[in-house]
Design a protein. Structure first.
Length: 239
């Protein structure tokens, strides 16, 4: 029975959703074949008709419809127990849940401050008005105002990821010697920044940068299969 995953598509086949990226990597880790189907960023009603809510990714497996990336990861782990584990057991699953919430509550907002004004241009032109209206209502200001004073927000971002830098200075992956779902959770946010803005958020010599680039190249260069902005030279190395 074929798995079907719905995800958002951006301009020129871009894949802008961090939540979809964490499941793309989970599926690759598990070695489970999947059929991908795309929806536009503003196709909220189409998504709602599929799952009763308005967000992606959505996984369809026979008559089962699973939404929310965490729920999908748990489903993959329990449905395919003979494939490589995403968590390495119950303790690893509990720790990954913490990483999931930290990446959504702390890491993602720190990155959005750096890239939101650029990110709108990786979306299809017909989706940009929806994105601008919905995000500016959330932020309480224009995208450009939200991302103004980038050096300030870059400094705060680097403080946020300092524990991750120390961790990856001591071990190859967040999960230890090899990557697990905790890595894919965090990587998905850095991938969102990498594909969604020409601004390189990570210094070239850092452990986080090396970890991110290793994950981009993993699973036969899974992270490089879709277009991204060309990187400018005004990232943290160019300050």
């Amino acid at each position: 029975m074929t798995l079907i995953m719905y995800e958002r598509i951006g301009l020129e086949e871009r894949r802008p959703s961090p939540f979809s990226w964490r499941i793309r990597y989970a599926l690759a880790h598990k070695g489970v074949p999947v059929e991908y189907r795309t929806v536009r960023f503003a196709d909220v009603e189409t998504i709602r008709a599929l799952s009763g809510q308005g967000k992606v990714p959505i996984l369809v497996h026979g008559d089962r419809v699973i939404h929310d990336s965490w729920n999908i990861a748990l489903y993959l782990e329990t449905q395919f127990p003979d494939h490589p584990s995403l968590f390495g057991g119950k303790i690893g699953c509990g720790l990954a849940r913490y990483i999931n919430l930290w990446s959504d509550v702390t890491l993602s907002p720190a990155i959005r401050r750096l890239i939101s004004a650029d990110f709108i241009y990786c979306l299809a032109a017909e989706d940009r008005a929806y994105f601008r209206q919905s995000r500016e209502a959330q932020f309480g200001c224009s995208l450009e105002e939200y991302c103004a004073d980038r050096n300030r927000w870059l400094g705060e971002f680097e403080e946020v990821i300092a524990p991750l830098e120390l961790t990856l200075s001591e071990q190859s992956y967040v999960a230890g010697a090899s990557p697990g779902y905790a890595d894919y959770l965090l990587f998905s946010v850095f991938q969102y920044a990498r594909l969604g803005s020409p601004f390189e958020t990570l210094r070239s010599e850092t452990a986080v940068r090396h970890w991110r680039d290793r994950l981009v190249a993993s699973f036969d260069c899974l992270g490089d299969r879709f277009p991204a902005y060309p990187t400018r030279q005004d990232g943290p190395d160019g300050r």
